[in-house]
Design a protein around this ligand. Structure first.
Ligand SMILES: [Zn+2]
Length: 328
């Protein structure tokens, strides 16, 4: 994520927005049941596993998009997912120009088939940088940005491997995010052209260091008033409602929440194609106040593991909830 003090973008503090129109009586009753079954699945989230994934990712000298080492990290993620039983995991390759040089980059796409083709995407970028943006040789551990998001998704994939869902799910890992959302732009174009029914998208970018406020997750919705960050209007309301759904789950996982808008991460590539997107974020992309941001000190030792575990549970709960809502 390359931001200029992200937390000070236009923020409509906790605006409640339009009342979600999801729940009729029947669904009210079913929600309680859903929450109980969701709760038992959430308990499977393992802090030990999250540590294992994130430590391994941060051990790569760098995951800069111009460095060949990024491919080693990509292979690691691919093998981890295949090891979990996801045979349908593949690279989505694309060409990108970075600093006037052409690079072959790879996104990783892991597919979980559901009963129908309606698609829920959970995504995060796996590349990283340190403060000299073009420097692809220096040590860049990228633990929080964005090893935290990648680790959470691998763990969610592990737990969902044994769950039968109504909708299909894609766990997607982008490269080239720090150079301008290169991977997600390429994949969003592919999704649009292939006519896939992308129903909902959750983007995770920096979820391991509760910088905005203790134990607080920022839920980002598609209602930015700046058109640079909100290209399409017709998908705004559903995004706000989807954000409400994630908000409703925060208490179940012991988190506080702050509502804000999407801003400068991979969800924007899909928002611009008209899809319904939200994001989860910890508020720490602040080059002035956060000394670890885009630096060689963005290490696992600065991760709040309980917080990362709670946000991982929140995202898992939101996927299970949006999947269950439509089955009634
Ligand atoms: Zn990032």
């Amino acid at each position: 994520m390359s931001k200029n003090t992200r937390t000070n973008n236009q923020s409509n503090e906790n605006d409640q927005g339009p009342e979600p129109k999801f729940f009729n009586n029947n669904q009210e009753r079913n929600i309680t049941n859903i929450e109980q079954s969701i709760q038992s699945i959430l308990e499977k989230v393992s802090i030990k596993r999250l540590r294992q994934y994130l430590n391994t990712l941060s051990d790569f000298h760098t995951r800069h998009s111009k460095s060949p080492i990024l491919n080693d990290a990509g292979d690691y993620i691919m093998n981890e997912l295949r090891g979990l039983g996801y045979g349908d995991t593949s690279f989505h390759s694309f060409r990108a120009t970075i600093d006037n040089e052409i690079f072959e980059l790879r996104n990783i796409v892991c597919k979980k088939k559901g009963i129908d083709e309606k698609l829920i995407m959970v995504c995060a970028h796996y590349d990283c940088i340190m403060n000299r943006k073009e420097d692809s040789f220096s040590r860049a551990p990228g633990a929080n940005d964005n090893g935290s998001g990648v680790s959470a998704i691998i763990e969610i994939a592990r737990i969902l491997a044994n769950e039968n869902l109504r909708h299909s799910v894609q766990f997607v890992f982008f490269s080239g995010e720090e150079q301008g959302l290169l991977g997600s732009k390429s994949y969003a174009k592919y999704i649009k052209e292939s006519g896939m029914d992308l129903y909902r998208l959750i983007n995770l970018d920096m979820i391991g260091y509760p910088f905005f406020a203790p134990n607080t997750v920022i839920i980002e919705r598609d209602n930015n008033t700046d058109v640079k960050h909100n290209h399409v209007k017709k998908n705004d309301t559903e995004s706000i409602e989807f954000g409400e759904m994630m908000k409703d789950m925060t208490s179940a996982v012991g988190l506080q929440f702050h509502l804000n808008t999407i801003y400068d991460s991979d969800y924007e590539s899909f928002e611009a194609k008209g899809y319904v997107v939200i994001g989860a974020y910890d508020g720490s992309a602040d080059p002035i106040k956060n000394p670890h941001y885009h630096s060689s000190s963005d290490l696992p030792e600065n991760i709040d593991w309980d917080y990362l575990t709670s946000v991982t549970k929140l995202v898992l709960a939101t996927v299970l909830k949006i999947d269950s809502i439509n089955s009634y």
